[in-house]
Design a binder for this molecule. Structure first.
Ligand code: UD1
Length: 417
């Protein structure tokens, strides 16, 4: 079991470089399955989710090199094989192999995907779309057996703009016959990143990043190249940390428009930051004003920053309302925050956070990936020493977090017991 020990209340200054986006790379890697060519992906974060996906790719026959943030995947000898529970259950994004393997081989056997326990997280929108494409799906225990004779383009309206379902339909349809149209598609920046990659291989995907994506099927794909976009959730987490403890903290290699909703909210609370090319420079502000935060789909306030911002809200002077609208179970970190001295009253998916409350170092748990980020922010602003257990969750999504924070002056260590 891994844990992090933090000595809080240290001012931080210097530069933090943001890594490639977790939620992009976890789709870019399975997307390579669609070609027998060679793919080069730059700005790849070295996180546990990537390691798991590369294990799956090696199992399928890919030849892989991963050096200096650059991943090269050669799929000349790729084979279609079962993706077993051991691998699929480690992360949510294993479901992207459904789209890419069915697109390429018209047949796939894969175990149910894993991921953080933040709600029931069904995959019915994916399954409905696959069925509309004519794919037969049989559930054998935890294994999905999917097959189709010929994949044809479809017109589909998503009842909810699911990120995963939008990407999965794109993956399944780039090699289909005819044209696929996804209406009410998710608009998250990661979707455009995947579309650019597919198009670099010769696919014809139009409109990614808008609510209407059109995919004209092609017969085959060639070599691919892409640079992973900066991780907007990692960016947001460090900007929040800077807003509480920064002394001109520079968060670099970012696309500020990807976190506009966060920047708007921080400005409303009185945080001072400036944009400098591809960097955001942020300093701690005294007397933060209370604000209300409601998560929603992009370009709204991201659900993945909901937990880290809730720690920020404990430092605002007055009553803040927080509402989570995407998942049912994203407030599991609240008892841990309260144990550190916060005053958070949670009702279903809403919370009233009354501040400003000093936080005190305690032994707490990371109940999921972003809850871990919330506890990390809490540990950084608390007096004394905070120990965060189950930190494996956090390491799934934040590259070299201990190094990055140590370099800007934080006293933090990772202990592997
Ligand atoms: C992706 C992100 C995750 C982020 C989320 C929302 C990845 C690997 N993960 O997750 O970090 O929190 O987007 O921005 O990119 N839903 C259904 N049925 C489905 C699919 C989704 O009911 O078939 C529900 C989910 O339970 C959830 C909501 O829709 O309540 C959003 O899910 P979705 O947009 O699909 O998120 P993910 O792709 O799983």
């Amino acid at each position: 079991m891994k844990k992090i020990i933090i000595e809080g209340r240290k001012k931080i200054s210097g530069t933090i470089k943001i890594s490639g986006a977790k939620n992009s790379i976890v789709a870019l890697i399975p997307a390579t399955v669609l070609t027998n060519g060679k793919c080069v992906i730059k700005n790849v974060p070295d996180i546990t989710d990537v390691k798991t996906l590369l294990e799956i790719m090696k199992d399928l026959g890919s030849v892989i090199t991963f050096e200096n943030d650059t991943l090269t995947i050669d799929n000349k000898n790729l084979q279609n094989k079962l993706i077993d529970e051991k691998h699929a259950s480690k992360l949510r994004a294993s479901y992207y192999f459904m789209g890419s393997l069915i697109g390429k081989y018209h047949k796939v056997s894969i175990a149910y995907p894993g991921g953080c326990v933040i709600g029931s997280r069904p995959i019915d929108i994916h399954i409905d779309a696959f069925k509309k494409m004519g794919i037969d799906i049989i559930e054998n225990g935890s294994i999905f057996d999917m097959s189709v004779d010929e994949l044809n383009g479809i017109q589909i309206y998503l009842n909810f703009p699911s990120v995963g379902a939008t990407i999965n339909i794109m993956l399944a349809s780039v090699l289909a016959k005819g044209t696929t149209v996804i209406e009410n598609a998710a608009k998250e920046p990661e979707i455009s990143n995947i579309a650019s990659f597919l198009n670099s291989m010769g696919a014809r995907v139009f409109g990614a990043g808008t609510s209407r994506i059109v995919i004209e099927g092609v017969e085959s794909l060639g070599d691919g190249f892409v640079e992973t976009i900066p991780d907007r959730i990692e960016t947001g987490t460090y900007v929040i940390i800077g807003a509480l403890l920064g002394n001109n903290l520079r968060v670099e290699n970012v696309i500020p428009t990807h976190i506009e909703a966060l920047l708007y909210k921080l400005k409303e609370a009185g945080v001072k930051y400036s944009l400098d090319g591809n960097s955001i420079v942020v300093s701690a502000t005294e007397n933060l004003k209370p604000i209300n935060v409601k998560t929603s789909v992009y370009p709204g306030f991201p659900t993945d920053l909901g937990q880290p911002i809730s720690t920020f809200l404990t430092q605002c002077n007055g009553e803040c309302l927080f509402e989570e609208t995407i998942y049912e179970n994203r407030l599991r970190h609240v008892p841990h925050l309260n144990a550190m001295g916060a005053n958070v009253k949670a009702f279903d998916n809403r919370a009233i956070i009354t501040g400003k409350t000093p936080l005190h170092g305690r032994k707490v748990k990371a109940t999921d990936l972003r809850a871990g980020a919330s506890m990390l922010v809490a540990g950084l602003i608390a007096d004394g020493v905070t120990e965060i257990q189950n930190i494996e969750h956090l390491l799934r999504g934040y590259e070299r977090i201990v190094d990055k924070l140590s370099q800007v002056g934080v006293n933090i260590k990772l202990i592997d017991e």
